[in-house]
Design a protein around this ligand. Structure first.
Ligand SMILES: NC(=O)c1ccc[n+]([C@@H]2O[C@H](COP(=O)([O-])OP(=O)(O)OC[C@H]3O[C@@H](n4cnc5c(N)ncnc54)[C@H](O)[C@@H]3O)[C@@H](O)[C@H]2O)c1
Ligand SMILES: [Zn+2]
Length: 1605
């Protein structure tokens, strides 16, 4: 190894940092010669080992073995999680077991994790042994390996336990970085930029000017920058070494290393681990630089350079950076200023409560050689996304002279001219803003070179003389209008053939017009295509081997003068001299055109304008770059301080703009302010304005065409002027950042100022200052800097504080505007965190279920005759939308009938019109409709694309299907419709795939084989359809946290039943019984007799018809314990997508992101997840190899044999469930991991994994299904809590060996103490005959629960209180039923500490349950399930009777306690009207008042209040059977009516009310006996007590048996 490749950096007086490229052999030699150890032990992680261990180990072994010393290596898993006590102990055990002694030398080969951990091991092993750092990440090279800090993390925090232990050597070899993942590299760049930013202006310039090369090195694409990278690493390492040397243990200087860290750490505390350290401090640096700026220490240009450099390396600059959003999925929205301040309170650098921040005074320069004290207020102001402007007191009159940032227009033009020109050009006073930055970046893409001089104050451009290169990627221009217009022409000067350049921008930019410019250029022979919808960006400019032709170019210039300037500036480089002819009568912004021409002249090219025409001649020539070009101030920016003078009565001088200005807006002072009553004086280069006394401004009428951008400033002054101001000539302001005229009118209104839009201007009625109001929710800025700045001026005289939202939008032209306002113009500002209200707003949206269903329109497609109209109408009624049949719509829109239209215009024209109308109707009605389309809509490409587009944007395109034979049969019966010309089956065959590809959903109309045509069959279809619609259309928030038991974390275990039938028709008879206690049914598609779509969708339909349980759709592959061929990935995903389309509530996806074809699979998986809607994805992994490890700390086999050379690292990689978990996490709502138990301990490892390892990862919580297969794994099924797959004794066979039933699982759980036995009681008297013990004890027994339910009869409430309190004390009380006489007692005597809303409304409690209060102590809550029993019974039966057009009326007979529950239930169901009859009318009236009901005086009139025929009733009888004998129900039921009757009396089973209903002539009544309600309410109690679904069929069976006893 040549020594000249080596650089040594001194630290703490020794040259122990060694830097060099490719120096592994040097390392080996140097280590062995410097450290005389008996053993060298390399500690590394799996990722690093894979690439770098072998080489180092071999070389080291060679050197060491020659001297009889030994080499060991120990590999641990990668990641921050390993920096823990366990792993430290593991390494120590390893060293001890290998008999390592005090003279051992540890080599830390890896990133900061390995460095910190191994360093700490070395610090304490045998009271300290030597350590050598070989950092392999950039972060480790420049930071963690240097300084001697070592540490591990503990649950209480990061780096809490550790020691200072200086390494003997630190070897820095950039070659290690070539294998480092890009994001890790950039993470290190954060620290590199940091160091340069506070210490080294030279290194910073190096970073700024070599972005592309350094990134190419980072991506391992090129070694070109290897030297530069080594140089910057050396620079950063050097700095750290210097700082450490001068302050080893953190006195003061060492604190400066924490630039960006005070705020960065606070952000990291919230966003780690998804955001990396380097990324968080990147944001921190920008915020801290802004703090320096607001303290008046740092210049705007420096802040700009810093943030642009950070951004250039793909690092985020604020928490609103898209990078952050992408990585955190919106978690950054939780970052509030308060939270950050709270976290910063704990910063180690603080002195007491005083926060300390490293302040820089320039790039590469510290303000103090230690962190600086900064007041909270300053930090809050900078961090806040919005601010409040305080009024300037009338007495405060300032006299100020100041400079204003450079002109954006001149800056952008100068950049273009200098880039195209010949020779170097130094630009002074360049505006550094987003806009100019966008331009600079774009120019760099086009091959232009530039560098900074004068400490960032000047930019030197190396002119290209018109020679541009094709950019390597598309050019993103954000919302920078000028750049997009200017560059469009510039790009036509690229002369390489066969390539093209794409210019694109953000959403707003994509709406801003560029059409006339593109058309003019295309007319001149260019080939520019619009890639998007509008005549806007993105555009693609084809390069055909020659530059712009030249000659005559005609251009319409009535929208933007930028088009003109664009062509003018590029024109000299066209092949021929250009004559630019502006057409149209109205050329906007002539001053900007003049500015361009003047500047072109300054760069040596003279444009001539034909007098009195709009024709310009541009010679073919080159620009000659002036050596230095000084850019004048932005005249529009200057209007704000001048307006400040006008509105506050102060005197302001702007030093860098005067009468000589190129800019139209420079006349603002003389043409606007002077007439308004100000005293104005101007020199060629300065402007001074003295405002009149406050409130004395005068209204004016003015054409501002020559200074359109300044109209906003004039408008806010006019708002407080005396009289009405009219500003005209500004129509171009409608197409700026926003429609500015409209925006000004809207925002002024919020101040109480009247304004209105004129055709080309605005009219403002001046308002006295005293009547100005502060806008309630602040000023909205529309992301428009000018709106923000002008309203900040108006705010100065508003009596109260004014909130300006989105304060950062000023960055576009004047990033330090707020600092200027505060520091120079002496206005007090207060930061304000709008994100807090936005958070609250979010909360509200989630909590209040405003809309039950998503509001977007639903399109129904399918074959004719399938039932689109009737199902469509049904759906519309159900989801609360309006139904439209496309045929009707067609006839109505075209004022014809289809019958007439087709013979005259033909089918083809019909299809065209039909498609156009479909597009129209969904564009006009994106919400609120159910649209049924003709079956032929999919016949044309056009029709299909409308549907596909709608579906791809998240709209519902619902395909209705049904067995085609049924359709044929149905259509052949129907003679009213014109028949198909072709055979229906053939039409279906043709359209089938189109229907499939166009639809997002499919509902299959299932017809039970046993049932023939008729109404009954259709009722079942409607019930299925309701469930389907309810699921797919529900507002997603409704299903967000819906998991079994409707809770995120189940209170007890939840289960699903695996159905292993080849044909589910066989399962129908036993489905209810087999699924008792289960929360879902799993359809194992791979086990079905047939996997064709038609077959599978029928199986789904069967499950939906015969069970209410959600469906889990699973296609298990061969490799994971199923039968589906694992090679047929595409077909598998097709099936899974269908599972979603068919409305299955869960879809199981085997996620494999590392196996074969991983890209394709990831793509498929992502698409599936994107389309899931309300469906939950179970991301699953089944380890059939039986090798996956639950314990993440298990370590790979270790190579202890020093004689054996080389190790196969791929074999060392172990399969860890933790890694699988992290792989599955992004895709699943539920994560399923199935391993294998070889020994009983494997089950406990699994349990530890779920209970401890997963929570310790600190990742988003998702429910986990984790189990071990195999006989010995059985117990893991009892340990698993969420969605355990179960079998049932009556099923023919188990889905997997070792599978258990729910009863078996609960028995095991009880035995091992996971389910503490509870006692439940019935309180009341008399209760001897109660059915409740039967209900609950049957339920407990069937589910294998260890609980007991018993009678506790007493009339004394004190008895109830005692039983409850004793039971709570010893933990045995589980809950109770409450009946007469205690239903109110429990509330009145404080036996319950909490009452549910329902129980409150009903005024009675029938259920006691135990809940936890905020401190986790048990409390007794009272609920009322009586009403739920009633509600269930009605809902179960009403479906069959209630038709879409029916009026739904509730009737309650009686007015006692039960009647209250009945009223509440009927209101909950949503009856349109509620009627009450009671013998004592006054009691009925009391009730009616509470529940909004009407009283019917005569029992016989209850069903006669409605005159319409289509009425459906829900009647609840609450009168005891004995009292019913003398009631006349014959009259009550005397006419032809329909509905449901729920009888609450249950002795005897058939009461007079029920008998009368059955006997009534011609009527259709569904009746429910009291015992049914009793059972239903009992089941509800059971759910509340156990968190489980009760086995209803077994319970009902027992209750009915007892009844007949
Ligand atoms: N001691 C200090 O003064 C100090 C200073 C800063 C940070 N730190 C600590 O450093 C740690 C972060 O260090 P890090 O960012 O280097 O993380 P790291 O060690 O976890 O490495 C990042 C990832 O890159 C992989 N990797 C490392 N080198 C590689 C290579 N050459 N090729 C391919 N992959 C490679 C690793 O396996 C890991 O997955 C944190 O624990 C932090 O607390 C310590
Ligand atoms: Zn750091």
């Amino acid at each position: 190894m040549a020594e000249n490749n080596i650089t040594k950096i001194p630290i703490l007086g020794k040259e122990s940092i060694i830097v060099g490229n490719n120096i592994t052999d040097y390392i080996a030699k140097d280590v062995v010669s410097t450290v005389k150890a008996s053993t060298y032990c390399i500690i590394t992680d799996e990722n690093v080992a894979m690439y770098h261990l072998e080489n180092l180990e071999n070389l080291l072994t060679k050197e060491a073995s020659a001297l009889g010393r030994r080499v060991l290596s120990y590999t641990i898993p990668a990641g921050e999680l390993q920096k823990c006590r366990d792993t430290k102990a593991e390494i120590e055990d390893y060293l001890l077991s290998n008999k390592c002694t005090r003279d051992t030398c540890i080599l830390a080969l890896g990133g900061g994790v390995i460095g910190d951990l191994s360093g700490f091991v070395a610090a304490t092993f045998m009271r300290g042994c030597s350590v050598i750092q070989i950092p392999t990440t950039l972060l480790a090279m420049v930071d963690s390996s240097i300084g001697g800090k070592t540490a591990i993390d503990v649950p209480g925090g990061k780096n809490i336990i550790g020691a200072f232990h200086q390494p003997t050597r630190i070897f820095i070899d950039p070659q290690y970085l070539t294998t480092l993942p890009l994001r890790q590299f950039l993470n290190g760049m954060g620290e590199v930029i940091k160091t340069a930013a506070f210490w080294s202006p030279e290194d910073f310039a190096l970073l700024e000017n070599n972005v592309e090369k350094i990134l190419a090195f980072a991506r391992n694409e090129s070694q070109e920058a290897a030297n530069i990278v080594q140089k910057i690493i050396q620079g950063a390492a050097n700095t750290k070494a210097y700082v450490v040397t001068h302050d080893e243990k953190e006195g003061g200087l060492r604190g400066v290393l924490n630039f960006g860290h005070t705020i960065g750490h606070a952000i990291e505390a919230i966003l780690a681990p998804v955001m990396y350290h380097g990324e968080c401090i990147s944001m921190g640096m920008v915020y801290e630089a802004e703090i320096a700026r607001s303290m008046g220490i740092l210049k705007d240009a420096a802040v700009g350079r810093l943030s642009r450099c950070i951004q250039a390396y793909g690092l985020p600059i604020s928490i609103n950076d898209p990078l952050v959003d992408r990585n955190t999925h919106g978690k950054q929205k939780e970052i509030t200023v308060d939270r950050l301040m709270e976290i910063m309170k704990l910063d180690k650098k603080n002195r007491g409560t005083q926060k300390r921040i490293v302040i820089i005074s320039d790039i590469g320069k510290l303000y103090e050689e230690k962190p600086t004290n900064v007041d909270d207020e300053v930090i809050i102001n900078v961090l806040s996304p919005a601010l409040k402007v305080n009024p300037v007191p009338e007495s405060q009159k300032e006299e100020i002279s100041m400079k204003v940032p450079g002109s954006k227009s001149i800056s952008n033009r100068a950049l273009i001219l200098a880039s195209l020109g010949q020779g170097k050009c130094k630009l002074q006073g360049l505006l550094l803003s987003d806009d100019t930055q966008v331009m600079l970046d774009a120019l760099q893409y086009l091959g232009i070179k530039y560098f900074w001089e004068d400490n960032g104050d000047s930019l030197v451009i190396e002119g290209s003389n018109g020679q541009l290169q094709v950019p390597t990627s598309e050019i993103y221009l954000g919302n920078a209008g000028t750049a997009s217009r200017f560059l469009t022409s510039v790009c036509t000067l690229i002369s390489q053939a066969g390539s093209n350049t794409v210019l694109t921008g953000n959403a707003r930019m994509k709406e801003r017009p560029i059409g006339p410019l593109v058309e003019a250029l295309n007319f001149n022979g260019c080939d520019i295509q619009f890639l998007g919808k509008n005549k806007s960006l993105p555009i693609s400019i084809a390069h055909k081997g020659s530059k712009l032709q030249g000659g005559t170019i005609k251009l319409s210039a009535s929208v933007s003068s930028q088009y003109v300037s664009s062509i003018l500036m590029s024109a000299p480089y066209a092949q021929n001299p250009v004559t630019l002819e502006l057409v149209g009568d109205n050329v906007v912004s002539q001053p900007y055109i003049d500015m361009t021409i003047t500047m072109m002249k300054q760069f040596g090219i003279e444009v001539t304008r034909e007098t009195n025409t709009n024709i310009y001649h541009i010679p073919a020539a080159s620009y000659t770059n002036p050596e230095t070009y000084i850019i004048e101030a932005d005249a529009t920016s200057a209007t704000y301080p001048l307006a400040y003078a006008a509105i506050t009565g102060s005197k302001i001088t702007v030093e860098n703009i005067g009468s000589d200005s190129l800019q139209g807006d420079s006349e603002f002072a003389t043409k606007v302010l002077q007439p308004m009553g100000c005293i104005v004086s101007q020199t060629t280069h300065t402007t001074t304005v003295q405002g009149p006394a406050r409130g004395q401004l005068k209204a004016i009428k003015i054409d501002m065409e020559t200074m359109t951008d300044a109209f906003l400033t004039a408008t806010v002054l006019a708002a407080v002027a005396n009289g009405t101001t009219e500003i005209t000539g500004i129509s171009n302001q409608r197409v700026k950042e926003c429609n500015r005229i409209e925006a000004m009118v809207t925002e002024l209104a919020k101040f109480g100022v009247k304004a209105s839009e004129l055709e080309d201007g605005i009219k403002i009625t001046g308002t006295p200052i005293t009547s100005l109001k502060a806008p309630v929710n602040g000023v909205k800025c529309y992301d428009d800097h000018r709106i923000a700045m002008s309203f900040s001026i108006l705010s100065l005289v508003v009596p109260e504080q004014v909130l300006i939202r989105e304060k950062r939008c000023v960055e576009k032209t004047w990033p330090s505007w707020w600092d200027t306002l505060q520091n120079v113009l002496k206005v007090k500002l207060n930061g304000y965190d709008t994100s807090v209200e936005e958070l609250k707003h979010l909360d509200k949206e989630v909590k209040v279920e405003q809309k039950q269903f998503i509001d977007s329109s639903i399109i129904i497609i399918g074959m004719r005759g399938v039932g689109k109209t009737s199902m469509g109408q049904f759906a519309a009624k159900f989801v609360g939308k309006k139904f439209v049949d496309m045929d009707w719509y067609f006839e109505q829109e075209l004022k014809t009938t289809i019958k007439e239209y087709i013979p005259s215009k033909g089918w083809e024209q019909f299809r065209i019109e039909e498609t156009r109308l479909l597009k129209k109707i969904i564009e006009e009605n994106p919400n609120g409709l159910v649209i049924s389309c003709g079956g032929g809509i999919v016949e044309t490409e056009g029709g299909r694309s409308v549907l596909k587009q709608y579906a791809s944007q998240g709209g519902i395109v619902l395909h209705l299907t049904r067995n085609i034979k049924d359709i044929v049969a149905y259509l052949s019966k129907d003679e009213t419709r014109p028949s198909f010309a072709e055979d229906i089956t053939a039409v279906w065959e043709r359209r089938k795939k189109w229907f499939e590809e166009c639809s997002s959903h499919e509902f299959y109309i299932y017809k039970d084989k046993k049932i023939t045509e008729g109404r009954k069959w259709w009722i079942d279809v409607e019930i299925d359809f309701k469930r389907y619609l309810e699921f797919i259309c529900a507002n997603p928030s409704k299903y967000e946290n819906k998991f079994p038991g409707n809770v995120y974390i189940p209170p007890a275990s939840s289960y699903f039943l695996s159905l292993t039938y080849p044909d589910l028709n066989e399962a129908i008879p036993i489905l209810d019984k087999a699924s008792e206690g289960s929360d879902a049914l799993e359809l194992r598609v791979d086990l079905l007799a047939n996997q064709d779509d038609d077959y599978v969708k029928e199986q789904v339909a069967i499950l939906r018809r015969y069970s209410k349980l959600p469906i889990i759709f699973t296609v298990r592959t061969d490799g994971q314990g199923g039968r589906f061929p694992p090679t047929e990935v595409d077909r598998m995903f097709e099936l899974l997508e269908n599972g979603i389309k068919w409305g299955c509530e869960y879809v199981d996806v085997e996620v494999d992101v590392i196996g074969k074809n991983k890209e394709h699979r990831i793509e498929l998986t992502k698409n599936l997840v994107k389309r899931k809607g309300n469906c939950k994805i179970i991301a699953s992994y089944h380890d059939c190899s039986g090798t996956a490890l639950w314990d993440p700390h298990t370590v790979a086999s270790i190579n202890t044999d020093t004689t054996k050379k080389g190790t196969d690292n791929s074999q060392k990689r172990l399969l860890r469930m933790r890694d699988k978990y992290m792989e599955l996490l992004p895709y699943g709502d539920i994560i399923k991991l199935i391993g294998f138990a070889h020994k009983l301990q494997d089950n406990f490892a699994l349990y530890t994994f779920v209970k401890e390892i997963i929570p310790s990862l600190g990742l988003q919580y998702k429910p986990v299904i984790a189990m071990n297969m195999g006989q010995i794994g059985q117990i893991s099924r009892a340990l698993n809590e969420f969605f355990t797959p179960v079998t049932h004794p009556i099923l023919p066979f188990k889905a997997a060996p070792g599978q258990l039933s729910i009863q078996e699982i609960n028995k095991i759980r009880s035995c091992i103490g996971l389910i503490p036995p509870k006692k439940y009681y019935l309180f009341g008297s008399p209760i001897a005959y109660s059915q409740s013990p039967t209900i609950h004890n049957t339920g407990f027994e069937v589910l294998g629960l260890p609980h007991k339910y018993e009678l506790s009869e007493s009339e004394e409430w004190t008895h109830v209180k005692k039983v409850v309190e004793d039971g709570i004390k010893d933990g045995s009380f589980g809950g109770a039923s409450v009946t007469i006489p205690h239903k109110q007692n429990v509330i009145e005597h404080g036996i319950v500490q909490k009452v549910t809303d329902a129980a409150k409304a009903i005024g009675a409690v029938n259920t006691l349950m135990v809940e936890k209060d905020e401190e986790g102590n048990p409390i007794v809550a009272g609920d009322n399930t009586d009403y739920l029993g009633i509600k269930r019974c009605i809902e179960d039966r009403i479906n069959k009777l209630l038709k879409p057009k029916d009026k739904f009326i509730g009737v309650v007979v009686g007015a006692g306690g039960t009647a209250r529950a009945a009223c509440y239930a009927l209101n909950q169901i949503g009856v349109e009207k509620l009627l009450i009859w009671n013998r004592t009318q006054s009691k009925a009236e009391e009730l009616a008042k509470i529940f909004g009901a009407e009283v019917v005086p005569n029992l016989g009139d209850c069903l006669k209040t409605e005159t319409e025929s289509n009425v459906c009733y829900a009647i609840v009888g609450t009168v005891p059977a004995a009292a019913q004998t003398n009631m006349n129900f014959t009259e009550f039921f005397d006419s032809n009516k329909k509905g449901v009757i729920v009888e609450m009396a249950y002795k005897p089973r058939r009461t007079p009310l029920l008998n009368a209903a059955v006997a009534a002539k011609d009527s259709q009544w569904e009746t429910t006996e009291g015992v049914d309600v009793l059972i239903e309410q009992g089941l509800e109690q059971f759910i509340r007590w156990t968190g489980r679904i009760p086995p209803k069929s077994a319970i009902s069976e027992q209750v009915y048996n007892r009844y007949s006893e």
